[in-house]
Design a protein around this ligand. Structure first.
Ligand code: NAP
Length: 340
């Protein structure tokens, strides 16, 4: 297979702000893989909140470091060229990759480090694969950070009462499925329209509508207190006092995946006072092993991404707007070969 040359379609933004309307369709040179990199002919990427949060300027001026910027950190496609020193991949291999913070996924071709690229078996579609690196791995690592084991349910480790907030979202819907795979009892919060999905499709034992008084108080319908919480809902929405009341008397951990300054201060104070109830701020950087684990679970049919909506590259701004709405159910995907 000859290495592609010439130009490709990409979607980029060239300043902070602007939302979906700030995305521009451009024709740019196809990148070349450097040492340790692979060039991927893109089949799908997924849009995460961090895509448009960077555009808003939450990490300015560090990310994006320069403009114009092609976003899209979750990559799924086929290797078409490898850079010097890459021996584990060859042209024709189907892969997924995580390319953070460089991005590049909203394009027909993207380069990624081979060290964060994994094989994608035929059972895992490009769209499914593109949902995994950021969202599924964050769910996995959040459960681990909360002390929730994902071993076989028949194993000796005790089952825990786990709460997942925003269980209908990109990260939350994976967290519910993974906790259930470990045999734990899962309570989930979501909007009224998703109560059925969260219970029947994702497998939560019980679901709470966050729009109700009971939901806002995180009160388990069966009276459970939680040993572990994976907090995916907007961070500012739940004060620590609510978590403290909801946690088991023996103690427990609330893993906050959207931690602000206050979360870090709370966590440090709790550590200093040897509190049994802890807030754990978590920013996840996926590893190859994490990605292989979730790909394997999808291959085995034990884990699946719920796809909220999928858009061709030519309509990427619609997917961007959908993610920005904060009301996606599962993942928002952009498929390069998708029909217009
Ligand atoms: N730390 C990390 O490394 C890391 C990695 C990935 C993501 N994150 C962060 O994690 C957060 C969640 O990301 P995501 O991709 O899962 O978001 P998402 O897919 O955009 O979440 C949307 C879902 O959240 C639900 N929701 C909104 N407010 C809620 C509330 N108060 N209670 C319960 N459900 C609520 C919505 O339900 P309705 O439509 O019914 O309102 C919707 O289904 C974001 O802040 C993201 O930046 C962090």
């Amino acid at each position: 297979m000859a290495a592609p040359t010439g130009t490709m379609r990409a979607v980029q933004y060239d300043r902070y702000g602007g939302g979906a309307q700030g995305l521009k369709h451009v024709e740019v040179p196809i990148p070349s893989p450097k040492k340790g990199e692979v060039l991927i002919r893109m089949e799908a990427t997924s849009i995460n909140q961090v895509d448009w949060k960077f555009q808003k300027g939450v990490a300015r001026p560090v990310m994006p470091r320069k403009f114009p910027f092609v976003s899209g950190f979750d990559l799924a496609g086929e290797v078409v060229e490898v850079g010097a020193g890459v021996t584990e991949f060859k042209a024709g291999d189907k892969v997924i990759a995580f390319n953070f913070p460089k991005g590049g996924g909203l394009a027909e071709y993207a380069v990624a480090s081979a060290s964060l690229t994994v094989a994608r078996p035929p059972e895992v579609s490009a769209a499914q694969g593109a949902c995994l690196p950021m969202a599924a791995v964050t769910a996995l690592r959040s459960l681990q950070a909360a002390g929730v084991t994902l071993d076989d349910p028949a194993a000796a480790s005790p089952r825990k009462n786990v709460l997942v907030t925003a269980a209908s979202g990109g990260v939350g819907h994976f967290a519910v499925q993974l906790a259930r795979l470990g045999g734990h009892r899962v309570t989930a919060t979501c909007g009224a329209r998703n109560l059925g999905l969260v219970r029947d499709k994702l497998g939560a034992d019980e679901a709470l509508d966050y729009g109700t008084h009971e939901g806002a108080a995180l009160r388990s319908p069966s009276g459970r207190k939680y040993d572990a919480v994976v907090h995916c809902a907007p961070a500012a929405g739940v004060p620590w006092s609510v978590f403290r009341r909801a946690l088991a008397d023996a103690g427990g951990k609330v893993v906050d995946i959207t931690p602000g300054f206050a979360a870090f201060v709370t966590a440090i104070l709790q550590m200093a006072t040897f509190s049994k109830k802890r807030l754990v701020p978590l920013i996840v950087t996926p590893t190859k092993e994490d990605m292989e684990l979730v790909v394997d679970l999808v291959k085995q049919g034990r884990l699946a991404a719920v796809i909220d909506s999928s858009y061709p590259l030519s309509r990427a701004q619609e997917g961007w707007a959908r993610s920005m709405s904060g009301h996606a159910t599962g993942k928002v995907v952009v498929e390069m070969g998708g029909s217009e």
